[in-house]
Write a protein that binds this ligand. Structure first.
Ligand code: FES
Ligand SMILES: [Fe+2]
Length: 446
């Protein structure tokens, strides 16, 4: 298992516009992603409204590392490895719960404060003079390297050293800002549990697809195309007012020109978004009373500015996507080289009309649910790609659309909305954060 364990071997997997198939299918590359990429980057953990009260916790994973997000007694959100420092037992098994003032391991009852510090050990005298207090285990549950709560969104970096939060995300935080600013109170709350949907494909296929604007009119013709056809057969004018479900699904069938003109913006470190000038979310009808609440909270000009931003999908590298105008977050959680758990979360805009979250929930059911009529189209493509990549005839995947020689992915740019620049941007960042902690060569590894 050392074929790819050096910096130069990983660098050779990505050219300016091609990606080697092993990036998607090779178990060693996947292992290296877990050890390096997911340890060196800022990975989304959860929203702080999932743990509103002290002692509330939520269990999830960063890469393949089991972690607990918990509200500590000082009100801060902590992220701890979900592992007892004694013999490794997972401390919390439930997805969510309240642990009170401390965690207690079910095996030998060591207990820990909600920031991980060791609180008590039964029959502690058995450790007197053994030096336990000088070991890692004697300190308690281990916290991850760094945590940042950005306007309610909790991100963590596993490694203690590495790129800072602001430097990693840079200008891309404007998309999260816009989603939060859409609440008159400037606050979001998760609305229930996410829709969870297992995909038998590599996690990066889902991330790439978020800014793939040349697939909707093709892959979704069977679902969205049928809906539009039936709508027209019912005798509706193209301009006739549409019910919410049609407002959501019809734009998937927009022509290439629509997607070309909507634009794509990319930021350094793998982040980017579709829908710079307009998007498939631009033409939703107004919800009565909402604009007045926004005007009251922000003033007319700022309210118009916030609601005038109609970004489509913003990818936060490595593995989430948000939709500001419709308050969604999708988390693409890797479970293996060919297995990904997709979580689709929705948010309530605090102090805004309930119809907004109703529309958001409708979008989630129609587009992202396991019972969606649209999501299957994408799933079919990912799974076919995963199978097709096993073919030995070709080794490379192509992401060359609108590529320019000399393209500088360390610079922010706005381009034609059908470019594959954001995919190239992701893989550029992939190499950067995979190799940051890898040895130059095998001798150095020893
Ligand atoms: S394994 Fe947790 S207390 Fe022993
Ligand atoms: Fe799609």
């Amino acid at each position: 298992m050392t074929r790819y364990a050096t910096r130069s071997a990983v660098e050779a997997l990505v050219t300016p516009f091609q990606v080697h198939r092993d990036v998607y299918i090779d178990p060693e590359v996947y292992r290296l992603e877990m050890d390096h990429l997911f340890a060196n980057t800022w990975v989304y953990v959860g929203h702080d409204s999932q743990v509103p009260n002290k002692g509330d916790y939520y269990t999830t994973q960063i890469g393949d590392q089991p972690v607990i997000m918990v509200r500590h007694s000082d009100g801060e959100v902590k992220v701890l490895y979900n592992r007892c420092p004694h013999k490794g037992t997972k401390i919390a098994i439930d997805r969510t719960g309240n642990t009170g003032k401390f965690f207690r391991c079910p095996y030998h009852a060591w207990s820990f404060k909600t920031d991980g510090c060791l609180l008590a050990i039964p029959l502690k005298k058995g450790y007197e003079g053994t030096g336990l207090d000088k070991t890692e285990s004697g300190k308690g549950m281990k916290a991850v390297g760094a945590v940042k709560n950005y306007r309610g969104f909790v991100f963590a970096r596993l490694n203690e050293e590495g790129i800072g939060f602001e430097e990693f995300f840079g200008g891309s935080l404007s998309s999260l800002d816009n989603m939060v600013d859409r609440s008159p109170a400037g606050r979001l709350e998760v609305a229930g549990q996410p829709l969870r949907y297992m995909h038998r494909c590599n996690w990066k296929m889902l991330v790439e697809n978020q800014t793939d604007t040349c697939h909707p009119m093709v892959a979704h013709e069977s679902s969205a195309g049928t809906a539009v056809k039936i709508w027209e057969e019912m005798g509706h004018d193209a301009d006739a007012p549409k019910p919410a479900a049609m407002q959501i699904i019809a734009p998937f069938m927009s022509p290439y020109e629509f997607f070309e003109e909507m634009g794509i913006r990319t930021w350094p470190n793998g982040h980017g978004h579709t829908g710079v000038h307009h998007s498939i979310h631009s033409d939703y009808s107004e919800i009565p009373g909402y604009f007045d609440q926004m005007k009251e909270a922000y003033g007319e000009e700022r309210a118009k500015e916030i609601l005038g931003e109609n970004r489509h999908n913003t990818v936060y590298f490595p593995n989430i996507m948000i939709k500001g105008p419709i308050q969604q977050l999708r988390n693409f959680i890797p479970l293996g080289p060919d297995k990904t758990l997709v979580e689709s979360w929705i948010f309530r805009l605090v102090d805004a009309p309930e119809q907004l979250v109703a529309r958001t929930a409708m979008y989630n059911r129609m587009i992202n649910a396991p019972t969606s009529i649209v999501g299957h189209d994408d799933l079919e493509m990912y799974e076919r790609a995963q199978e097709g990549l096993a073919a030995d005839g070709l080794e490379w995947v192509n992401v060359q659309r609108l590529y320019d020689e000399g393209e500088d992915l360390e610079q922010e740019a706005v381009e034609n909305g059908t470019t594959e620049r954001q995919m190239r941007n992701q893989f550029h960042a992939w190499v950067k954060f995979m190799t940051a902690t890898m040895p130059e060569n095998l001798e150095a590894a020893e």
